[in-house]
Write a new protein. Structure first.
Length: 173
């Protein structure tokens, strides 16, 4: 379906709401100028133009098709790919030498160290997730980062094959 391009200015909080499928309030001053171009259905573009001409703001809610056409989810995908690449690179640099050292440690001590390491990984994931959520205004993204780091750490420490689909060696069995 054909979509109209509209130039607007929105805050990070409004962008987060749009990504979550929630409505936002656009001020008159925010329409027709700004740093973002969105794609909306013709009927929504007509309502926006009408409000703008009358000197009024309006409340809009973008559907998934409009959000995707506007490219508002692209940043999340790029960030996810960068995080995945960083995890894979770090894992590959650490896994082999660490596995050699860990195999020499007695099992009871290894289990205690594994629990401590998982605690550190979980804390790091929580901290990084909170920082990303605060910086982007997207709590869901922060939760995804936190969960991904925690799960990856657990898989790496437990000797399971990583769900990233990468070739990182598990460091403990």
């Amino acid at each position: 379906m054909y979509m109209e391009q509209m130039q607007i200015h929105i805050t990070p909080a409004q962008l987060s709401k749009i990504r979550k499928g929630l409505p936002i309030q656009l001020k008159h001053d925010s329409m027709g100028s700004g740093d973002m171009v969105i794609a909306v259905h013709p009927d929504k573009a007509k309502k926006m133009m009408s409000a703008y001409k009358r000197g009024k703001g309006l409340r809009i809610q973008m559907d998934e098709q409009e959000v995707r056409a506007s490219g508002l989810l692209d940043g999340i995908k790029r960030l996810g790919k960068k995080v995945e690449k960083g995890v894979v690179d770090a894992g590959n640099k650490v896994a082999k030498p660490t596995k050699k050292v860990i195999s020499k440690i007695p099992k009871p001590i290894r289990d205690v160290l594994k629990d401590e390491a998982q605690g550190i990984v979980n804390t790091t994931g929580s901290t990084l997730g909170t920082m990303i959520a605060t910086a982007t205004g997207d709590e869901e993204l922060g939760d995804m980062i936190n969960q991904g780091i925690s799960d990856t750490g657990n898989e790496l420490l437990s000797g399971k094959r990583l769900s990233l689909g990468s070739k990182i060696l598990p460091i403990a069995k």
